[in-house]
Ligand binder design. Structure first.
Ligand code: ZN
Length: 313
């Protein structure tokens, strides 16, 4: 099927209605999907209900929501199957259960039945092409968001800048050119690459909380501060929960070149409130699954050397 066919399908999505108001969820999810392709985040025809997808959904949704619209990305993720290009893939042995579903079973239940969504092969090929993406994006905006065009285009322009920088720093070890890139763009891109590399899990305590609105408990911390070396290489980053981020920034804890955590001797284990932090001493750093994101030795060494020690040793 051609680009024109999918342009037509995108223009005729079966959207929910309340009086004259069309629910924006499906076209918003497709705008978010286009940006995931833009970021280079989708390499094969498998789309999951991932934190990065939810985050993009949230950005567009906030720009266009009105009336009683609720940020519920799970609904379009399920119901888009009615539009005939969006297919849930059954987990082994779940084929009959999947095809018998008449309504959404809840996100956890769906996950047990289906592991991902795949698109028509032709559509997947088109979405890998920047010109086709641009065409489909304007179809969605013209058809569903003509009245909010400026807001949607503003989100798309910002996302495109972030996606550019994201691709630069994500290309294994190449130092990105940060000069001239606005801080907000840099920060967001760096955070996304690092959080994703660590699967949204704190490298110290393992805490992992992701909410449907695209919110999560971890930050992306620079190991050598950006102000020192202007290094946004993800190997100069680490995902940490708010507490451990705070403690590392103040040099109370440091990840070492020996791949375990070290704790300052300034903390006192006789103080009940400080014990949890002290217990981190010697614990293994929870590293990303992909070795290409593991922290560089130089960055870990910087942290070790800056750990606060009694007497300044
Ligand atoms: Zn933590």
């Amino acid at each position: 099927m051609s680009l024109a066919t999918y342009a037509d399908k995108f223009a005729r999505l079966k959207v929910g209605r309340v009086g004259d108001h069309e629910r924006p969820h499906k076209p918003v999810m497709l705008l978010a999907l286009l940006d995931l392709f833009e970021q280079g985040a989708i390499k094969e025809n498998k789309i999951t209900f991932s934190p990065e997808f939810l985050e993009l959904f949230g950005e567009y949704f906030e720009a266009v929501r009105s009336g009683s619209d609720q940020p519920t990305p799970y609904n379009p993720y399920f119901y888009m199957r009615g539009d005939k290009f969006w297919h849930h893939h059954a987990r082994l042995g779940q084929e009959a259960v999947l095809s018998a579903l008449s309504g959404p079973p809840g996100i956890k239940a769906l996950d047990a039945i289906s592991d991902y969504v795949f698109l028509d092969d032709e559509l997947f090929a088109l979405l890998r092409d920047p010109a086709s993406r641009a065409e489909l994006r304007s179809v969605l905006i013209n058809r569903y968001f003509a009245g909010q065009r400026d807001k949607v285009l503003a989100v798309a322009a910002r996302e495109s800048e972030i996606a550019n920088y994201q691709r630069q720093i994500d290309e294994g070890g190449r130092v990105a050119e940060s000069a001239g890139v606005p801080e907000a763009v840099r920060d967001t891109a760096f955070s996304r690459v690092v959080r994703r590399a660590y699967d949204y899990r704190c490298a110290a305590c393992g805490l992992r909380v992701v909410l449907e609105g695209g919110l999560y408990i971890v930050d992306a911390a620079h190991l050598i501060p950006f102000a020192e070396t202007h290094d946004d290489d993800p190997r100069n980053g680490m995902a940490l929960c708010k507490n451990h981020h705070w403690a590392m920034d103040r040099h109370l804890i440091a990840p070492g070149t020996d791949r375990v955590w070290h704790v300052t001797s300034l903390l006192d284990d006789r103080l009940e409130g400080q014990r949890d932090l002290i217990l981190l001493e010697g614990r293994t750093i929870l590293l990303p699954h992909e070795p290409r994101y593991h922290p560089k030795d130089a960055a870990l060494r910087w942290r070790e050397q800056n750990l606060e020690r009694v007497g300044g040793v």
